[in-house]
Structures are given as structure tokens and as C-alpha cells.
Design a protein around this ligand. Structure first.
Ligand code: AR6
Length: 168
């Protein structure tokens, strides 16, 4: 089941319980701005220590840590592509972020997961194109998950994801 909501991904709990939230990280995994900054802030310094032990993550791949002080038990860190106009395999790379995050969740027996709009902030991926890649991956993996949440931060993303979800 795919749900589109507007929320701060660090707050997902209670009614919107998920096993894991996904972080739009950078290759160092040592924190940054945007959703990465919000997740590290909410999870506490233990998250930075756990990420440091991972020794980075190449673009398109994913790594998992506990959520520490977050309501979600796990954080899956993935690194989106920096947008260069679509000429540097950005689409394949973004799709790999979603697929690798889903695969990692499955390997850990997780059945519910929430994603931010990876790559569409600091990294500059056009929102609609990114959302259609995200939605395609979500549809591909939805039979193997109880709950997949597209967690939009802003109104524009919410509108785009809702439109794509309605297209079926
Ligand atoms: N909850 C949900 N979504 C959020 C939140 C939040 N609390 N905060 C921001 N977003 P970005 P990127 C949305 O820039 O483009 C970091 O510095 C935001 O509105 O967080 O993949 C990393 O360390 C946007 O739609 O990630 C990297 O250096 C989406 O999350 C770099 O930014 C992604 O925006 C990664 O850039």
C-alpha cells in the first residue's frame, strides 16, 4: 500500500508508524542540511557515530543504521545523484537509490518504510521527474511491503505525488 502524506519525516510514529525512514544523505554519511540535517538532529549524536563507522556510501547505494532517538527504529541512508541536466545517468542512479533502499529493508525483515523526495533539494533533481522515478519503484516493491509512505515536505511535492498516485 502506497500512501502520500505531507510531514516532517523525523516525526513519523503513532498512526503513521514505519519500521524505517530513508535519509537523503551524501557520500560521506556524516550529515548535512535538508532532511539529512533534520534526521541527525532528531536521532542524536549516536547516529553520527554509527554513520562514521560505515565509512561512507557511494551514490545510488544504501546503508542501514538504527534510528536511535527517532520514533522509527531504523534509518536507511541513500545517496542521490547531483543533477547535471540528466546527462550523467541521474535517472538510473535515482532509481537505484529507491531499489537499494527497498532491498536493504527486505534483507532486515522490514515491512514499512517512508521516503523523502530524494535528490530534489540541495542536489537539484527536477521534482516531477524524480517523483515519477520514486513512484515507479514504489509500485514495483509494494507487493512486498505492508506500507510505503511518500513523505512530502512541501505542497508542490504533495500535489505531484498525489497526481502520480491517482494515475495508478
Ligand atoms: N522531512 C521530509 N522531507 C524533507 C525534510 C523533512 N524533515 N527536510 C527536507 N525535506 P535534501 P538531496 C525534503 O536537500 O536533494 C544534504 O545536505 C526537501 O524538501 O534534503 O538529496 C545531504 O547531506 C526535498 O524535497 O536532499 C546531501 O549533501 C527532499 O527532502 C544533500 O543535502 C530532499 O532534499 C542531499 O540533497
Amino acid at each position: 500500500m502506497i500512501e502520500v502524506i505531507q510531514a516532517d519525516i523525523t516525526t513519523l510514529d503513532g498512526v503513521l508508524a514505519v519500521d524505517a525512514i530513508v535519509n537523503a544523505a551524501n557520500e560521506s554519511l556524516l550529515g548535512g542540511g535538508g532532511v539529512d540535517g533534520a534526521i541527525h538532529c532528531a536521532a542524536g549524536p549516536e547516529l553520527l557515530a554509527a554513520c562514521r563507522a560505515l565509512g561512507g556510501c557511494p551514490t545510488g547505494e544504501a546503508r542501514i543504521t538504527p534510528g536511535f532517538r527517532l520514533p522509527a527504529r531504523w534509518v536507511i541512508h541513500t545517496v542521490g545523484p547531483v543533477w547535471h541536466g540528466g546527462t550523467r545517468h541521474e535517472a538510473e542512479c535515482l532509481a537505484a537509490c529507491y531499489r537499494n533502499s527497498f532491498e536493504l529493508a527486505l534483507q532486515h525483515g522490514l515491512r514499512s518504510i517512508a521516503f523523502p523526495a530524494i535528490g530534489t533539494g540541495v542536489y537539484g533533481y527536477p521534482k516531477r521527474q524524480a517523483a515519477s522515478i520514486a513512484m515507479a519503484a514504489m509500485r514495483e516493491f509494494s507487493p512486498r511491503f505492508a506500507r510505503i509512505i511518500a513523505c512530502c515536505h512541501g505542497e508542490e511535492d504533495l500535489r505531484i505525488y498525489r497526481e502520480l498516485l491517482a494515475l495508478g
